[in-house]
Design a protein around this ligand. Sequence first.
Ligand code: ADP
Ligand code: MG
Length: 255
Amino acid sequence: MNQPTSPSGGERIVRMEKLNKSFGDLHVLKNIDLEVTPGEVVVIIGASGSGKSTLIRCINGLEEFQQGELEVDGNPLKPHGKATQALQKIRTEVGMVFQQFNLFPHLSVLDNVTLAPMKVRGLGRHEATDTAERLLDRVGIADQAAKYPTQLSGGQQQRVALARALAMEPRLMLFDEPTSALDPEMIGEVLDAMRELANEGMTMLIVTHEMGFAREVADRVIFIHKGEIAEEGPPETIFDSPQAEPTRQFLSRVL
Ligand code: ADP
Ligand code: MG
């Protein structure tokens, strides 16, 4: 397949140009330019209400946008959310983990992980089960496969959500504050699983308030302020010598 290339010739998983998104009169995303290359880990930080969730929800077509260009793994998404084949393809290629785990409560852990691969990718039950067991083992909850989501801790549920997303063999993983709903003692186990995924070369776009984690795993940190990218750069630069005043103020509040 033809991959979009940057001026320097590199392949890109996300290519967003001058993206604008409003909810009615509220202009939430303003001329956002964003590129993510394969294997890159990009962390998005910013105050509540700055547009972080909206930005990543645009990337898998959960929100429509009004203006700009967006391609995900070479599939163009059109403004105004026109249902296209590309949108279907993006949904199968992009995994997402939300703040609220969004597991199917009436399905066992195993069935949560095998459902989409069987329905969407057409895997047989045996193959889907093998994959699910391998992934549940990888996130450290192989022994919970027969349980239902409500029988698990928040940290375990979030690791199921991660395994479920990985079962689709995504090209890109999106995370929207994956540890914000967790009790403090469970945050580490979810961040560990994400760190491992990053080390294995997964392309990841992560919204988080875990600044220590961001500093450690991010190749690049993007600071969003009132719907605009105010500043971006390597974690050392953003955290140790932020240039923009809004970044400084934000970091002085959270660090
Ligand atoms: P963040 O994730 O950075 O906290 P969001 O992307 O959730 O910010 O929200 C950005 C702005 O858009 C906020 O002002 C929020 O109230 C508004 N917003 C988000 N979703 C909707 C929606 N579905 N309808 C109307 N306004 C929304
Ligand atoms: Mg949000």
